[in-house]
Ligand binder design. Sequence first.
Ligand SMILES: Cc1cc2nc3c(=O)[nH]c(=O)nc-3n(C[C@H](O)[C@H](O)[C@H](O)COP(=O)(O)OP(=O)(O)OC[C@H]3O[C@@H](n4cnc5c(N)ncnc54)[C@H](O)[C@@H]3O)c2cc1C
Length: 379
Amino acid sequence: MIDFELTTADQEILKLAHEQALIGQRYARYYDQHEDELPPAEFPEAANLPNLTRLAEEGVSGSSGPRILHSLVILETYGGIDLHRARWGLGNTVLKTVATPAQFDKWKDHTISIAITEPGAGSDPANIRTTATFDRETGEWIINGEKIFISQAESADAAMVFSRFIAPDGSRGMTTFLVEKGTPGFTVGPQLKKLGIRSHDTCNLLFDNCRIPEFNHIKGDFKSTMSVFNDSRPMVGAMALGVARAALDFTREKYTERGLEIDYRGGLRSRSALVDRFIRLEAIYEAALLTVLRSKWLEQQDVPPKVEASIAKAAGGKAARRITQGCIDLLGPEALSEDHPLDRCFRDGRIFDIYEGAGEIQRLIIARAILGYTGRDLR
Ligand SMILES: Cc1cc2nc3c(=O)[nH]c(=O)nc-3n(C[C@H](O)[C@H](O)[C@H](O)COP(=O)(O)OP(=O)(O)OC[C@H]3O[C@@H](n4cnc5c(N)ncnc54)[C@H](O)[C@@H]3O)c2cc1C
């Protein structure tokens, strides 16, 4: 049976997450306005506070399970800034999924970004132009290419780089290489100026005759490598809902100040249009939340949530866009003041429908699954 009731243990962790979120929100505007500065790895206030994402992942007795709880903690804290910087990047998930035990052992404590996107290759990795050629004399791979908009680029210890390869036997294909910071020929560009999530570390990467040892070739098949998105896409949905929720919470506060009561019992005849529109935004939030929980619940049952992950990502991304814009509509000009969080939520909310597969791409994946089409049939 699927049961989405939160347990007492969940609620206790989420209460702590909410307290940390309120502290994180105090810093959000500062880093929104100072995008060249990365937030510290740990804020001073965090020194005596538990790292809840780590706690959730490790497992909390009596909780709904590590995957569900982790996504809920992310949702709870995402409206502001995380007091503890994430030490896990999507590159770590690739390492865990497809690396050899020796490779995993070597880099398990590194933070590893994921570097797929290039100018001209975002939604469709088949367009990737970064190349890795094998040097028979030295036994090294030589990487050349450019990656753009890479999250955790500056703070990570290494990048998991998606590349075309030409093997010693002449075979070609797509693969991944782990490139450590400090490797000659690997340069991280300056922080990019962005519309939203300005506190996030995002830079371009350049590989110019960058030589790496054969040991750094992470040889998983491309399908297994791409399966890491089953785990991360619902998390992006949860992040999106965190931002949407911050917008809803702020709007509810303003309604209360203005004496607008949100009465869920009355029907359309008894509520004002303003209240009705707010309740409809909340309904979008609740529906999207269920898609995230379902995807994470399936993961906990060891069922790979390929389509459900896309549904959660698409629903979360769309919800963030509709809810943040809807809240601005409801509050009017006050919503656009930098004294309040809404303009930031609106700008931050846009990204969740772009990275890790844009909304359109998720809808293609969903449509293919429902209609039984291949990628070639529907693209
Ligand atoms: C802040 C930020 C952080 C990022 N972090 C990372 C990261 O860590 N690692 C990384 O590798 N990348 C990262 N990206 C890149 C991101 O994943 C890409 O921007 C995204 O995949 C879209 O690719 P694109 O920008 O090339 O757009 P395109 O693929 O050119 O798409 C442009 C538009 O066309 C639509 N579209 C494309 N193909 C189709 C189709 N077949 N049918 C219908 N519509 C279609 C898209 O949905 C989109 O709306 C990040 C981007 C940003 C903005």
